[in-house]
Ligand binder design. Sequence first.
Ligand code: GLC
Length: 460
Amino acid sequence: MRRARMGMGRPVGRRGVGRRGVSRRDFLKVGGVSLAGAALLGTAACGGGGGGPQTADDGSIVVVFSMAPDDSGSLTSLIERFNEDRAGEIQVDYRQQPTDTGAYFDQLRTQFQAGGGDIALIGGDVIWPAQFAANGWIADLSDRFTEEMRADFIEGPVESNTYDGSVFGVPWFTDAGMLYYRQDLLDDAGISEAPTTWEELKEMASQIQEEAGTEWGFVFQGGNYEGGTVNGLEFINSFGGEVLAEDDASQVTIDSPESVAGLEMERSMVEDEVSQQAVSTYTEEESEPTFLNGNAVFCRNWPYMYGLVGDPEASQIETEQVGVSALPAAEGGESVSGLGGWNFYINAAVPQETQDAAWEFVQFMTDPEQQKFRALEGGFLPTLTDLYEDQEILDEVPVIALGGEALQRTVPRPVSPVYSDMSLQMAEQFNAVVNGNATPEEAITTLQENLQGIADQAPE
Ligand code: GLC
């Protein structure tokens, strides 16, 4: 099974659970039947016919909820709890989706284009709202998710849900690209701080590769997929390049010396043998083993990977050996992290009663208690500001404190109703640079033309 690419596919909370002896997951499990099993058997639901809501045998309104796999178990536990609390009223039915965000998006788009489908609630990537909203596929939540409510959430994720002045989603958990490093290897080499520039990272990596014999210096996601787009953009943005003009999203401005410099730096990782050639095929899940097996000094990944460090099933290195910091910057520049994360969107095509029921579940899932549970059990970064001061969270999930810094530095991917097409182009060109099939200049020239062509097709 492909897992973890979305930063959600691994049992990241395990160590914390082990220490306390009793897992919250077990505590919450009812009746011995796992929800995943129940979902596989399907819901005994009857379609509403004539536009009414879909209902279960006991009369409750069925909310089909789509989301990628979540091996931490925290999601199914919470769905179970909600369904127990609301028995006879609402039943949330988890429909598992592909781990790859691009594949998941394609499935949803196909359903929407065919008239909406039966998925009422979407646990969806932060990059989707513009496209879904521009097509009228997801409901405007501005009235439900009031300004007062929004004020409790971190700003970036709320903004990522805002399109054309309206709010189309509620932030669930957030992600930011981070630099993982081997604290012990840096110490042995007499290096006292994590690198703050890409050049420094390369120097430190090469030194340690040579002196300590660590096979690889830096492992990242250079594959031809959404994560490859994120990594390429982190390089480009950190050198000051940008894809769209700040004040006019219809203007593609990627063709700049800064963008070329960013991709040159990305390519140089492979050319200078700091990174293995195979990073050009890597997603998050292939990046993990190189670092967790102890074969790399540095790794770029999302917060969830911290939960795997020291997990005997996934890792040969211990927590004390690993540090996390913000990503390096260009010389004289500032560190930037790609903004990732997952939100709740409601399908505009399902009946109003179903939308109301879905909203109840959204409120439940995003309230402090459930967000804290997911942080502790799965290492998912909360979207409520106050939880960053919760001592239990800070103690149990250190990456949340460390992630705080990277979170201050997030840059969203281009916000456009044609983002998915743009991303396919970027992923392809960035990948061509990483594997040496295109020079950074060639890739940027191609992108300027192709992305502008796509932007010109965007609905007004
Ligand atoms: C993570 C991020 C998501 C991003 C994906 C790329 O899941 O949260 O925003 O698109 O990684 O692989």
